[in-house]
Design a protein around this ligand. Structure first.
Ligand code: FA5
Length: 340
C-alpha cells in the first residue's frame, strides 16, 4: 500500500504540472483530494491491513495528502499570476481615462458681499474688528443707552440665553468692546458679523442675518465725515452716479441719528415695486456716537467725537441680484447658490 501511495503521489503531481489554466484546477482537486478522490479511496483500505502496518501507512497517507495540497496551492498561485500577466498584456491599462470630476465649490453670496464691503472700507483705512455673537445684555443694550425699561428695546426682538446673556440683535455692541480695547487711541473700524432677531420670517426678514457696523472715534469728527464715508461706500459699491438722501431718524446710541437712502438701483429713481414706488432705497442707519456711549467706551465726550453706521448685507445683495426672497440665502438649495 505504501508503494501505491507513492505512485499516486507521483502521478498526481505529474498531472498537476501539465495543467495549463486555473480553470482545470478544481477538477484535479476533486480527482485526487476530494471526498471521493483517489487518495481517500485508497486510504479506505487501511482497515483491512494488519494492525502493525497501519501506523506507517497512515503516516504516509497524511504525508501524501500534505504534499499534494501544497503542490496544489503553489500551482494555483503560479497559474493565477500568469493569467493576470496575460490579461494585463492583452488589454493594456488606459491610465489616460479621465477621473471622476471633483464638484467645484464656491464662496457663498453673503461671503462675497462681505468681502466686497471689507475691501471698500479697507481702502478708506477701516480695520476689521471681530466681536462675539453671544453677547451680554449690558453690551447689547444698556451700555448702548438702552436701559431695561426703555421702549426702544422693542425695536430688537431678542433671543435670550438667560437674564444677562443674549444672541446679539445687531453688531452695535461691538462698539463698546472695541472702544474699551482701543482707548485712548483713535478708532476707525468695521465690525462685520451675524445677528439674531426673534422675529417673523418674511421674504425681507430672516431671524439670522449679517450686518456691517462702522465706527470712527477721534478728535473733531463730524456728521459730514459720516456722510462722506457713506457716500463713498455707496458709490463704490453700487455705481458712481448714485444719488444719496439723508433723513433724520432715531437710535438710542447715536445723536443725532440719520437714515441714509440711495436712488433705487433697479429703476434709477423712477419708482418700482422694489423701492415701493418711492425711487429710494434704505442703505444704512447711522449717526454721531451718543456722548453716553462714548463715555461707556472710556472716551471723554468733551474731547472726543465719533460716528457709527449699520449696514445690512443680504438686503443690498437682494437688490443687486434681483433676489425676491431672503429665505433663499440659507436654505442650502444649490440651484439657487450656484447662480452667484
Ligand atoms: C440697527 O440694527 C442699528 N444697530 C444700526 C445702527 C448702527 C444705527 C450704528 C446707528 C449706528 P436696524 O435694525 O435698522 O438698525 O438694522 C440695520 C440693517 O440690518 C437694516 O437696514 C437691514 O439691512 C438689516 N436687517 C435688520 N433686520 C433684518 C432682518 N430681520 N433680516 C435681514 N436683514 C435685517
Amino acid at each position: 500500500m505504501l508503494e501505491e501511495l507513492e505512485t499516486l503521489q507521483t502521478q498526481a503531481l505529474a498531472t498537476l504540472e501539465q495543467i495549463g489554466g486555473a480553470d482545470a484546477l478544481p477538477q484535479w482537486y476533486r480527482t485526487h483530494l476530494g471526498r471521493k478522490g483517489n487518495l481517500t479511496e485508497l486510504l479506505r483500505g487501511l482497515g483491512q491491513l494488519a494492525p502493525e502496518e497501519r501506523p506507517a501507512v497512515g503516516q504516509k497517507g497524511n504525508a501524501v495528502k500534505k504534499a499534494l495540497e501544497e503542490a496544489f496551492a503553489t500551482r494555483q498561485e503560479i497559474l493565477r499570476e500568469a493569467e493576470l500577466e496575460a490579461s494585463l498584456n492583452a488589454e493594456p491599462l488606459d491610465i489616460s481615462l479621465p477621473g471622476r470630476p471633483v464638484a467645484m465649490g464656491r464662496l457663498h453670496l453673503t461671503t462675497r458681499m462681505l468681502r466686497q464691503m471689507r475691501a471698500i472700507f479697507a481702502e478708506m483705512g477701516f480695520q476689521v474688528y471681530e466681536a462675539p455673537e453671544v453677547e451680554t445684555d449690558e453690551n447689547n443694550f444698556e451700555l448702548l443707552n438702552i436701559p431695561p425699561y426703555h421702549p426702544a428695546r422693542d425695536m430688537w426682538d431678542t433671543f435670550r440665553v438667560n437674564d444677562k446673556v443674549v444672541l446679539r440683535t445687531h453688531t452695535s455692541p461691538g462698539q463698546i468692546r472695541c472702544m474699551r480695547e482701543y482707548h485712548p487711541d483713535p478708532i476707525r473700524v468695521i465690525l462685520p458679523g451675524k445677528c439674531y432677531r426673534y422675529e417673523q420670517i418674511t421674504p425681507r426678514s430672516e431671524h439670522q442675518f449679517f450686518q456691517v457696523e462702522g465706527l470712527a472715534v477721534g478728535h473733531g469728527i463730524r456728521m459730514t465725515d459720516l456722510i462722506g464715508t457713506m457716500a463713498e461706500f455707496a458709490r463704490t459699491m453700487h455705481g458712481p452716479d448714485r444719488r444719496l438722501r439723508i433723513r433724520g431718524s432715531y437710535f438710542p446710541f447715536t445723536e443725532p441719528s440719520i437714515e441714509m437712502d440711495m436712488d433705487c438701483i433697479i429703476c434709477e429713481g423712477q419708482g418700482c415695486r422694489i423701492c415701493k414706488y418711492s425711487g429710494w432705497l434704505e442703505v444704512a442707519g447711522a449717526g454721531m456716537v451718543h456722548p453716553k456711549v462714548l463715555a461707556n467706551g472710556g472716551y471723554d465726550p468733551a474731547e472726543w467725537s465719533g460716528f457709527a453706521f449699520g449696514l445690512g448685507v443680504e438686503r443690498p445683495a437682494m437688490l443687486h441680484h434681483g433676489i425676491e426672497d431672503i429665505r433663499n440665502f440659507y436654505a442650502n438649495d444649490l440651484r439657487f447658490l450656484r447662480q452667484f
